[in-house]
Design a protein around this ligand. Structure first.
Ligand code: ADP
Length: 189
């Protein structure tokens, strides 16, 4: 099963994905986590994307798409993936269709978590205090990421609906358990 977990920064995608991957039996593929892993290992890619991540700007599509292509080709992804943070614009959504299509697969379900801007800002500022993540410390940067989500990422939902995919809309306000339950009901797992 190939699932796209969708929603603005701070909506809880990462938290929920960690819980859903076992229910689905597929790996959690978070492009944000992959970039942060490159940063902490100080790889060439990490150096290339460091300033973009800190500023809350998107990494160029060619870089992101190649990284995802490589990830989808690993053995543990053969039965499916739970994608988090990808696709982030319509061009990436088109690339994902092509990458999965080349493997005889497709996006099966889209789960869109809804949380309004001020609540995401509160959550991310709190996360920043705990984690020190560079893009989680400044309210302006966080609001810019939300604006980028509205401008570039949200149009992916219309793209998926137009291509006939199942898009489940999930209310992201509630306890972590409640939201996991809503997502599992939508997935039927
Ligand atoms: P959040 O959802 O809280 O913004 P992520 O961990 O998903 O956090 O992403 C962190 C950063 O990683 C983004 O602000 C961006 O710089 C980069 N990034 C992650 N995924 C993508 C993507 N699909 N395309 C481009 N940049 C990305």
């Amino acid at each position: 099963m190939n699932v796209v977990l969708f929603g603005p920064p701070g909506c809880g995608k990462g938290t929920q994905a960690a819980r859903l991957k076992d229910a689905l039996g597929v790996p959690h593929v978070s492009t944000g986590d992959m970039f942060r892993d490159h940063l902490s290992r100080k790889t060439e890619l990490g150096k290339q994307v460091e300033a973009l991540l800190a500023a809350g700007k998107l990494v160029p599509d060619d870089v992101t798409n190649s990284m995802v292509e490589e990830r989808l080709g690993r053995p543990d992804a053969a039965e499916g993936v739970l994608l988090d943070g990808y696709p982030r614009n319509v061009a990436q959504a088109e690339t994902l269709d092509r990458l999965l299509g080349a493997r005889g697969r497709a996006v099966d379900v889209v789960l869109a978590i809804h949380v309004e801007e001020d609540e995401t800002v509160r959550r991310i500022l709190k996360r920043g205090q705990d984690s020190g993540r560079a893009d989680d410390l400044d309210e302006g940067t966080i609001r810019d990421r939300f604006a980028t989500y509205l401008e570039q990422t949200e149009p992916c939902l219309a793209f998926y609906r137009e291509s006939g995919k199942t898009v489940h809309e999930i209310d992201g306000i509630g306890t972590i358990d409640e939201i996991t339950q809503r997502l599992r009901e939508a997935l039927g797992r």
